[in-house]
Design a binder for this molecule. Structure first.
Ligand SMILES: [Zn+2]
Length: 319
C-alpha cells in the first residue's frame, strides 16, 4: 500500500502504518487539547492507540487463522478507518473462510471479556473507593468499544467480516458464485437501509453505506471472474495482438506507439522473437522528461518480469 511505513515485524508479518493514520492521531490530539489541555490530549491519544492496538490484534486473528490453513499474510496496514490484513489468497473451502472471518471478531470478544472480568474484580475491591479514576474509565470505554467492533464487523455485508461469514455459510450448501451473489445482494440491500437511515439520523451511516455498496460490488465481480476462468489456462485470458518494439527503438518511437495504440506496455522483441523486456507508459514518460527523444528505449525497459507459461491454470497465476 502506498504512503505507508513499516513499524514492526511480528510473527513474520509486516505491520505498516498509513501516513493518514498519523494525521488522524495528530488531529485527535489537537481536538482534545483544545477541549481540555495537555491531559485531555494525552488521554485521547493513548485511548486511540489502545483502540488501534485492539484493531491490530483483530487483524492478527485473521492472519494467524489463515496461517493455520497455509495462507500467508505478507502485511497488515493500519488506516484511520481500521486495519487491513492482506492475505495472499482467499481459501476455497467455505469452512476455512468461516474460521478465518470469525477469528478477527473473536479476538475482540476475548479482549472485552478480559477487560470486563478485570474491571469487575477491581470494582469489588474498590467498591467504597473512587470509581472515577481516569484509567478505569478508559478501560471500561475500551471494553465497550471492543464490543462495538464485534457488532460492527459482524454486519453481514462485504467488506465486513460478517459478509464473509454469510458467504461461507451459504457456500456450505450452494456453489461459491451463487453464495457470493446472494451475500452481495444482502450487502447492497443493507447499504440502502443504512443510507436511508443515515439521511435522517447519522451522516456517518451514509459513509458506511457507501463502503458496503462498493464492497459488495467488488466481491461479486471477483466471484464472477473466478467462475468464468475456472479451469481455463492462461493462454485463454492472454491478449495476442501486441504492438512490439524492436531492440533499437528510440524513446520517440515508443511515444509514437503510445499515441497510436491503446496499449500501455510494449514488449521489446529481438529478431528471433525473444522478449528482451517491457517498456511501460510510465517508463516512457519519465524517460522523456530526463532524456532526449533519440535516446534508446531499451535503456528504460523493465527486465525483471515474472514469466508464466501459456498452459498454467489462470486461477493460480492471477493472484
Ligand atoms: Zn476483520
Amino acid at each position: 500500500m502506498k504512503w505507508s511505513i513499516k513499524i514492526a515485524r511480528i510473527a513474520g508479518i509486516e505491520v505498516r502504518l498509513h501516513l493518514t493514520f498519523l494525521l488522524f492521531l495528530a488531529w485527535i490530539g489537537f481536538s482534545y487539547y483544545q477541549l481540555g489541555g495537555a491531559t485531555a490530549a494525552t488521554r485521547g491519544v493513548v485511548f486511540l492507540l489502545a483502540l488501534f492496538g485492539c484493531v491490530l490484534l483483530h487483524e492478527f486473528g485473521h492472519a494467524l487463522a489463515a496461517r493455520g490453513f497455509g495462507i500467508r499474510t505478507p502485511d497488515i496496514t493500519l488506516l484511520p478507518i481500521g486495519g487491513v490484513a492482506r492475505l495472499q489468497r482467499m481459501p476455497d473451502n467455505p469452512w476455512q473462510e468461516l474460521i478465518i472471518a470469525l477469528a478477527g471478531p473473536l479476538v475482540n470478544v476475548v479482549i472485552a471479556a478480559v477487560l470486563i472480568f478485570a474491571l469487575g474484580q477491581h470494582l469489588q475491591w474498590e467498591r467504597l473507593g473512587g470509581l472515577n479514576q481516569p484509567g478505569i474509565a478508559m478501560l471500561a470505554k475500551l471494553a465497550s468499544v471492543n464490543i462495538g467492533l464485534v457488532l460492527f464487523n459482524l454486519i453481514p455485508a462485504f467488506p465486513m467480516d460478517g459478509g464473509r461469514v454469510l458467504r461461507a455459510l451459504l457456500a456450505l450448501a450452494l456453489p461459491y458464485s451463487r453464495a457470493t451473489h446472494i451475500a452481495a445482494g444482502v450487502g447492497q440491500a443493507l447499504s440502502l437501509v443504512f443510507g436511508i437511515v443515515g439521511l435522517f439520523a447519522n451522516p456517518m451511516l451514509i459513509l458506511i453505506a457507501f463502503f458496503i455498496f462498493l464492497g459488495a460490488q467488488q466481491e461479486a465481480a471477483l466471484a464472477q471472474m473466478k467462475d468464468i476462468t475456472l479451469g481455463a489456462p492462461v493462454s485463454e485470458a492472454t491478449g495476442t495482438h501486441w504492438m512490439r518494439l524492436p531492440p533499437h527503438a528510440r524513446l520517440d518511437d515508443a511515444a509514437e506507439a503510445l499515441l497510436r495504440t491503446s496499449q500501455d506496455e510494449f514488449p521489446v522483441v529481438d529478431d528471433s522473437g525473444r522478449v528482451l523486456g517491457v517498456l511501460t507508459r510510465d517508463d516512457v514518460v519519465t524517460a522523456l522528461n530526463r532524456r532526449r527523444p533519440s535516446a534508446p528505449g531499451r535503456e528504460f525497459m523493465r527486465r525483471d518480469l515474472p514469466v508464466v507459461s501459456a498452459h498454467e491454470p489462470f486461477e493460480e497465476v492471477f493472484p
